[in-house]
Design a protein around this ligand. Structure first.
Ligand SMILES: C[S@@+](CC[C@H](N)C(=O)[O-])C[C@H]1O[C@@H](n2cnc3c(N)ncnc32)[C@H](O)[C@@H]1O
Length: 288
């Protein structure tokens, strides 16, 4: 009898164990864990909103949606859909995703895939100066400075902002050594003249990431694009991609306008190869 009870007990345990394994496998294969189910049933959840918005994007009567992202036309419809879904998720979770990113402990708003691409460009071009408009806390300037240190012993960053939030960044030795902070508007004629004077005759790369209105970006392009030699770039940031461009009209319209009268610059869409970019059509290469 004791033996019989023992056999029943161990058989029951084996059945329970098998059922547990089977449930675990279903969860693994389908991805339907309980938290995921809760999220899908929450109308305010990223997944729920993403699905709705992608539905809208497919609707021909909503042309501004995908258009504002200005994704590479070479992408297929299904590739665009995946990017759209991820873009919405990124927008909804931006506070805890890229907006919380830090470089050497300093807030840095560069999206990681774009930062990687810019790293490759800095290695290729080895600029003497990177002129950055929009310092924020200085995390991006610190990143460019570290890269420059490796590729060009003379390389420096000039970063311009109307607000000084760089106190923490300036405690970093690399920032003290290689970053010049300029306080004021990037389109202030005195500031432009000062920057032009400083970088004259050197290899310059420009990154525009300050006020994102169309007019301001156009004024920045007029001021700083002429500093860029053939083979180097002006990177107009936040033209769309995985973040919907804000404001609208903004950097993308500035790029379109600028290109009409500046055939010497061409958007280098190969820099969008990581698919997730905030600067579609914004990597402007000087070709002559
Ligand atoms: C997007 S943040 C820059 C982010 C920074 N490049 C990074 O990746 O961490 C934009 C910055 O532009 C600055 N800004 C706004 N208007 C400006 C102007 N007219 N000239 C220079 N900077 C400006 C803001 O104060 C803000 O710090």
């Amino acid at each position: 009898m004791t033996n019989l009870l023992g056999v029943i007990k161990s058989s029951t345990q084996a059945v329970v164990f098998s059922v547990q394994i089977a449930v675990a496998l279903v969860v693994l294969v389908t991805g339907c864990g309980s938290s995921d189910v809760e999220e899908r049933h929450d109308s305010g959840s990223p997944v729920a909103q993403t699905t709705d918005a992608v539905g809208q994007a497919e609707n021909e009567t909503q042309p501004d949606f995908a258009d504002l992202r200005d994704l590479d036309p070479a992408l297929s419809k299904s590739e665009r859909e995946i990017i759209e879904r991820f873009a919405l998720l990124t927008s909804q979770k931006k506070a805890t995703t890229f907006r919380s990113n830090k470089w050497l402990g300093i807030l840095n708003l560069q999206y990681p895939t774009d930062a990687w691409i810019i790293q490759e460009m800095i290695f290729e071009i080895k600029p003497d100066f990177i002129v950055e408009t929009g310092t924020y806390h200085g995390g991006s300037a610190a990143m460019w400075a570290m890269l420059l240190e490796q590729v060009n012993p003379k390389g420096r960053v000039i970063t311009i902002d109307i607000r000084d939030r760089g106190e923490e960044a300036r405690k970093l030795p690399i920032v003290r050594e290689r970053v010049d902070f300029v306080l004021g508007s990037s389109t202030d004629p005195k500031i432009v003249a000062d920057v032009v004077e400083r970088v004259k005759g050197t290899r310059v790369m420009v990154i525009l990431d300050s006020n994102h209105t169309r007019e301001h970006v156009l004024a920045e392009l007029a001021a700083y694009a002429p500093l860029v030699p053939v083979g180097s770039y002006v990177i107009v940031q936040d033209t769309g991609g995985i973040m919907m461009q804000k404001p609208n009209p903004g950097p993308r319209q500035a790029v379109d306008e600028f290109l009409k009268s500046h055939p010497e610059f061409k958007p280098d869409r190969s820099r969008e190869r990581m698919l997730l970019t905030m600067h579609p059509k914004g990597y402007l290469r000087r070709i002559f």
